[in-house]
Design a protein around this ligand. Structure first.
Ligand SMILES: *Cc1c(COP(=O)(O)O)cnc(C)c1O
Length: 385
């Protein structure tokens, strides 16, 4: 008996059968090697916060450590503890102030702590004394971003107390660091001021006897194009995932993530058909509409309604109407699209598909936000090393 599903179609074995984010760990490895050699002799901390920018913290950490990174960095204590729980023994730093009840566990797990105030330092020293551990401390300098870190007037006390707690065997001053506000702009006045402030902090720390600390400053943009910011260790995030961090420059990074989903419904409609709550979009001619099960809850920016593009068989297809929570409609024109074909939201771009950076423009946002918002309903699948 013939079956409706016997209709031939050519999407083949590589077709997406569900909304998925395919993460190519070879791209993570390539980017790690590239960053490592660009920043050499500086060592590399792979920044895997926010679940590895949505790629999977453990998978990315493993690929990066296997390819030349020697440190891992995250924002929250809980993220660091989760990595230890997954079995990662590499040096590991998190930089947001920990919840008071997490400090003991952090020290017991041998996780380094960032400290940007004297009270924060005291809390870490107390926890070390209480638990009989030695805390690895990275002193954070506020060099103008005015977000976290110690301002210049606190440096003297912070460094002096660090030295005393170190002498008492409670902590080791492991690092001195800051974060750059606008590392994309080479030669900017802000960058110059931040670098000067940081160098002043280094001198002040040395004067107090804190001399063997690891100096680290550079995020992706600085690691790749600001040699004077590399110091001992660089902390790339975005570039590790293959997004070029400096507008107008390409360094040969490979985007690791492809987000795609099957077309689940197609329909031929006449000119003048209203799509997705009518007022937004009317077809200008007879066309085919294709429904794809990815919406703003999955990370398709709603701001990209009527603007964003997917690709089907390498051909760009515009979003028709509003992006809803669970789905999006594409106007595919006369392209012979069938149910089961794969619609690509973004990927490396080599096959004509949009890139993360294009979605950042369509969604009025940044590449980091596009990547980190890919939601939990989107299945992660890994292309192994
Ligand atoms: C997120 C973050 C990074 C990585 O920055 P990118 O610009 O993504 O490379 C580095 N350091 C700190 C402190 C961060 O919060």
């Amino acid at each position: 008996m013939p079956r409706v599903s016997d209709d031939p179609h050519d999407a083949g074995e590589t077709a997406a059968t569900t909304a998925e984010a395919v993460v190519d760990l070879n791209a993570i490895a390539h980017n790690t090697r590239l960053l490592r050699s660009a920043a050499a002799p500086a060592a590399m901390m792979a920044v895997v916060k926010a679940d590895g920018f949505g790629h999977g913290a453990a998978q990315v950490a493993q690929a990066a450590l296997a390819s030349g990174a020697t440190w891992l960095g995250v924002a929250h204590a809980a993220e660091a503890l989760a990595l230890r729980k997954s079995g990662f023994t590499a040096p590991l730093l998190f930089w947001l102030p920990p919840p008071p009840d997490a400090v003991d566990a952090v020290l017991a797990a041998g996780i380094d702590v960032s400290v940007g105030s004297v009270s924060g330092l005291q809390a870490v020293a107390d926890a070390a004394a209480r638990t009989g551990t030695v805390a690895g401390v990275h002193l954070k300098i506020d060099s103008g971003m005015s977000r976290g870190g110690a301002p210049a007037e606190v440096w003297g006390r912070l460094f002096t107390w660090t030295h005393q707690f170190q002498d008492a065997g409670l902590l080791i001053a492991r690092g001195l660091w800051t974060h750059l506000a606008s590392a994309e702009e080479t030669g900017s006045a802000a960058l110059h001021i931040q670098m000067n402030d940081f160098r002043t902090a280094i001198e002040a720390a040395r004067a107090i006897g804190l001399s063997s600390v690891i100096l680290h400053v550079a995020n992706s943009a600085a690691a790749l194009h600001t040699p004077q910011a590399r110091f001992d260790l660089v902390r790339p995030g975005l570039s590790l995932y293959g997004i070029e961090p400096v507008p107008g420059r390409t360094f040969g990074l490979r985007p690791a993530m492809t987000v795609r989903a099957p077309v689940v419904l197609t329909k031929r409609v006449p000119a003048g058909t209203g799509v997705s709550f009518g007022p937004d979009y009317y077809t200008s001619r007879e066309t085919t509409l294709a429904l794809v099960p990815l919406g703003f809850a999955d990370g398709v920016p709603r701001r990209a309604s009527n603007r964003g593009e997917f690709s089907i068989r390498g051909v760009r297809c515009r979003v028709a109407g509003r992006i809803s929570m669970d789905q999006v409609v594409l106007d595919v024109g006369d392209l012979p699209v069938r149910e089961g074909d794969t619609a690509v939201m973004f990927g490396p771009g080599a096959g004509g598909e949009p890139t993360v950076s294009e979605w950042a423009l369509w969604g009025d946002t940044t590449a980091n936000e596009v990547l980190t918002r890919i939601g939990p309903r989107v299945t992660r699948r890994y292309l192994p090393l």
